[in-house]
Design a protein around this ligand. Structure first.
Ligand SMILES: [Zn+2]
Length: 88
């Protein structure tokens, strides 16, 4: 029996640092296999390999909001712009 060093990949949340899905730490031979498995456990893995676990708290929601594109500034010819106050 030999002792060998091995290299594995696993998804790690960029928000909280968690690297488990369903209380286990899955190990994979490739980054894409780790990303695919994380997606099956409701993780968000972006094209540039940012990973966000499915934890529902303010930090995770803020991280997801940061990934959204800015709201478009829509102006339609011939219509006046509505300046809605969205503050509470
Ligand atoms: Zn997380």
């Amino acid at each position: 029996m030999a002792i060998k060093a091995r290299t594995f990949y696993t998804a790690s949340c960029d928000v909280c640092g968690s690297d488990d899905t369903d209380d286990v730490i899955p190990l994979f031979d490739t980054p894409n296999a780790a990303a695919d498995d994380a997606r099956t456990c409701r993780w968000l893995i972006t094209a540039d390999h940012q990973a966000i676990c499915p934890t529902q708290d303010d930090q995770h929601r803020a991280a997801l909001d940061d990934l959204l594109p800015p709201e478009p500034d829509i102006e339609i010819g011939g219509q006046l712009r509505l300046d809605l106050d969205t503050r509470d």
